[in-house]
Design a protein around this ligand. Structure first.
Ligand SMILES: [Zn+2]
Length: 62
């Protein structure tokens, strides 16, 4: 288990694929949006970011 600290877009954390929800480690200095899912080829979101929350909300509203 990883203990999450509530840094606002700080170091650490994970990026997540909006399509397949695959998570990958966030690399310092590289925005998640600059990384792509190896499976889907789409831009990743920062986990817990504003955009990620919007996505989760959409998925729940199905
Ligand atoms: Zn993906």
């Amino acid at each position: 288990m990883v203990v999450k600290r509530r840094h606002e877009m700080g170091a650490g954390g994970q990026c997540i694929c909006p399509k397949c929800s695959k998570k990958s480690i966030h690399h310092d200095g590289i925005p998640c949006q600059d990384e792509r899912c190896p499976d889907c080829g789409v831009k990743l979101f920062r986990e817990g970011s504003y955009h990620h929350k919007l996505l989760l909300k959409k998925q729940q509203e199905k």
